[in-house]
Design a protein around this ligand. Sequence first.
Ligand SMILES: Cc1cc2nc3c(=O)[nH]c(=O)nc-3n(C[C@H](O)[C@H](O)[C@H](O)COP(=O)(O)OP(=O)(O)OC[C@H]3O[C@@H](n4cnc5c(N)ncnc54)[C@H](O)[C@@H]3O)c2cc1C
Length: 287
Amino acid sequence: MPASISYEFFPPRSIEASFRLWETVTALQHTQPEFVSVTYGAGGTTRKLTHEAVEAIGKHTGLNVAAHLTCVDASRSETLEIADRYAEAGVSHLVALRGDPPKGSAGFTPRADGFASSVDLIEALAGTGKFELTVGAYPEKHPEATDARANVDWLKRKIDAGATRAITQFFFDADCFFRFRDDCAAAGIDAPILPGILPIQSWSGVKRFAAQCGATIPNHLANAFETAERDGRTELLATAVATQLCTKLLEGGVEHLHFYTLNDPTLTRDVVHALGLAPEPALENVA
Ligand SMILES: Cc1cc2nc3c(=O)[nH]c(=O)nc-3n(C[C@H](O)[C@H](O)[C@H](O)COP(=O)(O)OP(=O)(O)OC[C@H]3O[C@@H](n4cnc5c(N)ncnc54)[C@H](O)[C@@H]3O)c2cc1C
């Protein structure tokens, strides 16, 4: 049985970005993802755009679309109302996260009338009985975790609260994922944990993201990208790096890969093709 795949997109904030999202969705559609998901801007800043993107992708492609939902800077009733609107629109899969605070703020501060944590949010969403709930997971120490073990204990609480699947933050070392998967299994977590794969589209962008979320960049990758950048060959290297990581994961028993597309289909499509995970094209379509 070949591994299944899924993709993450973000909601567009301009007409040009809408075209880019649409090109990404249509370029990846033929690979038959099990589901795709649309993020929710930091600080809850894309409520309407996320909803519109989720609806439009579902309506025009027939793909299973999950909506990310966070509880930053919103009351419990506002958050549950957003969830209800998804249920009314036929969207039954939510990626439920505490969420990142708006850029420039000091950190997550729960509102008196809001959800106190991701666990609190997941319990309430599960209580509605309307949703399949996926959550975030962290193979490396999350910046707010006391240590890496805390991520495992907290994920267990999120699964016990009603989530049935987790998607990890990106990472570059397959062994790091395997250690986390083993620790989760030992802690009694039996929900599937999908590795989140970030094909490296921009080396400077990845260094920035990694510093923010606590992901480790191995030294050999830093050296390789710096040389490849000088020679204008980063795309080739990025495809090889992501393909190799995915190959190790698949060899280690992973059955699903989740790709962070950043609304650019090229690298993700090439990696999925290189892994042989896209359905074979019909013979008449082969040039
Ligand atoms: C797959 C995925 C999708 C994402 N999509 C979005 C998105 O659409 N929009 C967005 O804004 N952000 C998104 N993020 C980023 C995410 O919001 C941040 O990483 C945020 O800081 C944590 O959210 P969470 O629900 O995963 O956190 P949690 O799992 O609640 O917390 C992260 C870690 O912090 C520690 N922790 C947090 N609270 C407690 C507590 N009360 N007690 C003990 N330990 C605690 C635990 O170690 C935990 O593992 C995504 C992340 C992932 C992995």
